[in-house]
Write a protein that binds this ligand. Structure first.
Ligand code: SF4
Length: 332
């Protein structure tokens, strides 16, 4: 690990001031960043520790909003979010997704903001013995494209990068149409969840649309009609402490057995949580039968392009969507 400076931020303004300097990186739980530093994948000159901002600026709070939604502070721990009464009652889909991620110890340490910003688990990204990785070393190539790519993307990939986003929480937040509040020295911005993460394109080293020195301060959830009928289904190689090969966040609002509203997002298949509004629309006004579900799944997977070792993900995603939707709707 390279030498680095450490600054314990005393408040939001102090954090932003130090975070804007070249070479700075914010640290909350550190469950991914420290691994990356140890492996030599990233080497920030300075860590700005945000943990005191929970006390000074309320950034670890989880509070009800006047419109019926909920605000999750960026420093709230994954375990605290998953087990919070407001989240369990109003957004059980988010609780399920969080509890499907990592391990108990990691969930106790990891923060909401860090969860959104965790990096891909592409093996070639972490192994600096492989020179070719456009995400780690821009312009060097992509070892995964011609290498072993079983865990990689089937949707939205580019010639430059076929990595996937590893966050379970983000898949549920995409389905629930969350927004992300970010702060920089220029002020506050609110980003729709679907616009927060990026596809790789020619710039796979950029995972999100956060600007230089900006930090996530909170995630806002709008009022949701999906509390009664939802399911986060994660398919992985081990029963716990493994990243998704494919995951599905599925929820429906039913009226007399007919879908009045639907939420559907996929994880493990792309560089960002994969939500296709047309797939949700295909369910609305229909009963949750095989025809409606297959129509939605087809739209969600439109344009899927497998690599040498991951064609199985297409059928896996189709079946996972069917199971998650049926379980969510109580028709399994
Ligand atoms: Fe690097 Fe992306 Fe290729 Fe993995 S898929 S080796 S992260 S460029």
């Amino acid at each position: 690990m390279n030498d680095f400076d450490y600054h314990g931020a005393t408040g939001l303004a102090d954090a932003l001031q130090h975070g804007a300097q070249n070479g700075s990186a914010y640290i909350g739980g550190g469950t991914n960043l420290i691994d990356l530093m140890k492996a030599g994948v990233v080497s920030p000159a300075r860590l700005i520790d945000l943990n005191r901002l929970g006390r000074t600026d309320g950034l670890a709070d989880i509070v009800a909003l006047a419109d019926g939604g909920v605000r999750i502070g960026a420093l709230a721990r994954n375990s605290d979010i998953a087990n919070h009464a407001l989240i369990r009652q109003r957004y059980p889909l988010l609780s399920q997704a969080l509890l499907a991620g990592a391990s108990g110890q990691l969930r106790n340490q990891a923060t909401a903001g860090g969860n959104l910003l965790q990096r891909t688990r592409c093996y070639y990204f972490y192994d600096t013995g492989f020179e070719a990785c456009n995400k780690r070393a821009p312009g060097s190539g992509c070892a995964a494209r011609e290498g072993f790519n079983r865990i990689h993307a089937i949707l939205g990939a580019s010639d430059a990068c076929v990595a996937t986003n590893p966050s379970d929480m983000s898949v549920a937040l995409a389905a629930l149409r969350a927004t992300v509040r970010v702060r920089g020295l220029q002020g506050e911005r609110v980003i729709a969840f679907g616009d927060f993460h990026r596809l790789p394109g020619d710039t796979p080293y950029l995972d999100s649309n956060l600007g230089q020195g900006e930090m996530i301060t909170a995630i806002d959830l709008p009022p949701s009609p999906f509390a009664a009928n939802c399911r986060y289904l994660k398919v992985r190689d081990r029963a716990s402490y493994a990243f998704a090969l494919v995951s599905v966040a599925a929820a429906v609002a039913l009226r007399d057995g007919v879908v009045g509203d639907a939420a559907l997002a996929l994880g493990g298949v792309a560089h960002k949580p994969w939500r296709v509004p047309a797939a949700e629309q295909a369910l609305i006004g229909r009963r949750l039968d095989d025809g409606a579900i297959q129509a939605a799944a087809g739209l969600a997977l439109a344009g899927a392009l497998p690599l040498k070792h991951n064609a199985f993900k297409i059928e896996l995603a189709r079946r996972a969507m069917a199971r998650a939707l049926k379980t969510a709707g109580g028709v399994a």
